[in-house]
Design a protein around this ligand. Structure first.
Ligand SMILES: [Zn+2]
Ligand SMILES: [Zn+2]
Length: 240
């Protein structure tokens, strides 16, 4: 019966695998098998190996996040999927699928997001937003929030448009995001004492994420409590 319903659903609302075209889902079963998860993490501050994304105690300060996680390696199936999701229309459902898989994986390595946590998306610049008419990090943030039953708080704004990080080397990336984000003071109270999950789609050197977390950390005493930097994919190949 379940199979019949599923077949019927596919007839009425056909979904094609974005990668191989199979009439099954945005990522079909076979392609899903090609997804590579991030299995070893390095500390986003010192770049040395670390356990499950926990930033070394010695490397944390009042301005750093505490844990930094990405679910997938940015290659193959995932790379194609994320490029599609960013530049083609009407496939936001794909993000839903990826968030489901990512959360399953994060839970398997002990990520627990409490009911009083809040989700903060990395904001996009005005120019990029105009061009794409949506902020992919916000879409992912909304999906995360729904999954964990928590709130999205747009506590960060982007002060200026910057060249795409993917065009720059590590040093330039750091410079590129310096002073780019600001935390919105009116959210200070809402953030106080909370766990914050900062969300982006792809992380490479972590410069964007670190810069964003730093601004949230600066929002007054005791705020926030614990900061997670979370992205769907980790682009280790583009690290220069
Ligand atoms: Zn496929
Ligand atoms: Zn470290």
């Amino acid at each position: 019966m379940e199979n019949l319903l599923r077949a019927l659903e596919l007839c009425v609302f056909p979904k094609h695998c974005l990668l191989c075209g199979a009439n099954e889902n945005y990522i079909c079963h076979a392609c899903e098998g090609g997804i590579r998860y991030v299995l070893t993490y390095s500390c986003v501050i010192c770049k040395g190996p670390c356990f499950d994304g926990f930033i070394h105690t010695n490397c944390t300060s009042a301005q750093t996040p505490n844990r930094f996680l990405a679910a997938f390696e940015y290659k193959g199936v995932i790379k194609e999927a994320l490029i599609s999701a960013k530049y083609k229309k009407k496939i936001f459902d794909l993000y839903g699928l990826l968030v489901d898989l990512a959360c399953e994986y994060f839970e398997s390595i002990g990520l627990e997001i409490g009911a009083d946590a809040i989700i903060v998306p990395i904001p996009s610049g005005k120019r990029k937003y105009k061009k794409r008419t949506f902020n992919h990090a916000l879409i992912i943030a909304n999906l995360f929030a729904k999954k964990y039953g928590v709130k999205v708080v747009p506590a960060l704004i982007k002060l200026k448009d910057t060249p795409s990080q993917s065009l720059l080397n590590r040093k330039e990336r750091k410079r590129n995001v310096k002073g780019v984000f600001a935390a919105v003071p009116r959210f200070a109270q809402e953030i106080k004492g909370k766990d914050i999950v900062v969300i982006d789609d792809i992380v490479t050197t972590g410069a964007t994420m670190l810069s964003a977390c730093k601004e949230l950390r600066k929002l007054g005493k005791n705020a926030p409590r614990y900061v997670y930097g979370i992205s769907l994919a980790y682009d280790s190949l583009n690290r220069k």
